[in-house]
Design a protein around this ligand. Structure first.
Ligand code: BGP
Length: 469
């Protein structure tokens, strides 16, 4: 195998965040309430509509007010790109208005201008794990076809306003998560034990069509735009070489790949047609939907990668479950796990990159990867996060090997370059950043930014374009 020393010229090194996890200012300047605002246990847990208590999502890390100094720190690290999401509720507070809220657009314009000032390429996620709460209350979330038009209007508004300054876009964060946590990105509510495939697949179809319309309208406005999908990759290994285990792994992987298959190939895969028929799922489609999917496939495949999974047909393996932010899984005896039980697997990143590139032959963008850990500020004020450096180094090394394998990877934005609220716990205990934020899960602290040891490490990785890790 040939080695590469450096990453390709123009490689998009950077970091990734989501609006609800860091902005705060949840009621400022005309913003409406979002689903994250009523998720005090984390955006992956069921909401609490009667919520009155403190909710960290309301405050984030105050990025709404500190974006200039935070972006200056990203620039100091040499970021080439910064992935962030737009809060739908800042632009359309209830989601179904026709006219956007100018103050919301102005905020993001300022963020974009600040990035451009430092030659940092803005990468926008149009919808990251939240939506206007009114769309859930009045329309039952993505179950309703009406959301397609609302989303199209929202996406069109953003493209029209920002297309000259922003080239890279993603339609939905981790779109496949609707299978595991249906409220998170799709706003689906189920009573205990009532979760059903019918609503989930119908909602996914609406999101597919909305995403394809966004690709269409984005390209009409500016053919140079690069509009991608974004999946939570969930590479699955067979527990053993037993053929049944291998089959189980293939079947489990399809639950993820289904989402990128539709968005990248432009049609429902045959395996899913069978599943839908066998399970009496009736996906209601409008005339022209299949053509819309076919004609508006994504330009690149964005994905997150934190861990790998294992499939087994042995009952005793199924008992030894490990945790993850989305689904519990079979423990892999060859891997160590993070403090939150996520199984750390750098080689898996190379494997999944090969898998996705083989399948689609479209550029890949690794838009999330990182280690959530507890960090400690020492008496001298330093934060020695060697555990994080080790994790990232190992993953970047494997990404380098994937490029040597022939995979076209255009960028890497590690998750949470600055500490932010955790999606699965709604706390500030599980940290990902190169920059420490002096704030705790109760919102107490000076909010001061402190450079961790990983700050200079990542800065050097970028400066040497990945030659020195
Ligand atoms: C991904 C989400 C992010 C982010 C990350 C880490 O699934 O897209 O929003 O939060 O996971 O998860 P957590 O914050 O739960 O550690």
């Amino acid at each position: 195998m040939s080695e590469i020393k450096k990453f390709p010229e123009g490689f998009l090194w950077g970091g990734a965040v989501a609006a609800n996890q860091l902005e705060g200012a949840y009621k400022e300047d005309g913003k409406g309430l979002s689903t994250a605002d009523v998720s005090p246990k984390g955006i992956m847990s069921p909401p609490d509509f009667s919520m009155k208590d403190f909710n960290l999502y309301h405050e984030g890390i105050d990025f709404y007010y500190t974006y200039k100094e935070d972006i200056a720190l990203f620039a100091e690290m040499g970021f080439k790109s910064f992935r962030f999401s737009i809060a739908w509720t800042r632009i359309f507070p209830n989601g179904d208005e026709q006219t956007p809220n100018e103050q919301g657009l102005e905020f993001y314009e300022k963020v974009i201008d600040e990035l451009v000032k430092y030659n940092i390429e803005p990468v926008i996620t149009i919808s990251h794990y939240e939506m206007p709460l009114a769309l859930v209350k009045n329309y039952s979330g993505w179950k309703s076809r009406k959301l397609v038009a609302f989303y199209e209007n929202y996406a069109k508004t953003l493209f029209t306003r920002f297309h000259k300054k922003v080239k890279y876009w993603m339609t939905f964060n981790e779109i496949n998560v609707v299978m595991h946590a249906p409220f998170t990105g799709a706003g689906l509510l189920f009573e205990e034990g009532e979760k059903n495939d019918q609503d989930i697949y119908q909602s996914a179809h609406h999101q597919f069509v909305a995403s394809a319309f966004a690709v269409k309208v984005g390209h009409e406005i500016n053919p140079d735009l690069q509009i991608g999908c974004m999946i939570a990759s969930m590479l699955t290994y067979p527990y053993s070489s037993k053929p049944e285990d291998m089959l189980a792994a293939v079947m489990q992987d399809r639950k993820t790949l289904f989402f990128s298959d539709v968005q990248a190939r432009g049609y429902y895969p045959s395996y899913m047609k069978n599943y839908i028929e066998e399970n009496d799922i009736n996906i209601v489609m409008e005339d022209g939907d299949l053509e819309t999917l076919q004609e508006n496939t994504v330009d690149y495949i964005g994905f997150s990668y934190y861990m790998s999974f294992v499939a087994s047909t042995e009952p005793e393996h199924l008992k030894a479950q490990t945790s993850g932010n989305l689904l519990a899984g079979v423990k892999n005896p060859h891997l160590k796990a993070s403090e939150w039980g996520w199984q750390i697997d750098p080689v898996g990143l190379r494997t999944v990159s090969n898998q996705l590139y083989d399948r689609y032959q479209k550029p890949l963008f690794i838009v999330e990867n990182g280690l959530g850990a507890v960090d400690k500020v020492e008496e001298d004020g330093s934060v020695n996060d060697d555990h994080r450096i080790d994790y990232l180094r190992a993953h970047i090394q494997e990404m380098k090997k994937a490029i040597a394998d022939g995979v076209d990877i255009i960028g890497y934005t590690s998750w949470g370059p600055i500490d932010l609220v955790s999606a699965s716990t709604a706390e500030l205990k599980k940290r990902y950043g190169y920059i420490y934020v002096d704030r705790d899960s109760k919102g107490q602290g000076s909010n001061k930014r402190i450079k961790k040891k990983s700050f200079n490490w990542y800065k050097n990785v970028i400066a040497t374009n990945g030659e020195e890790l």
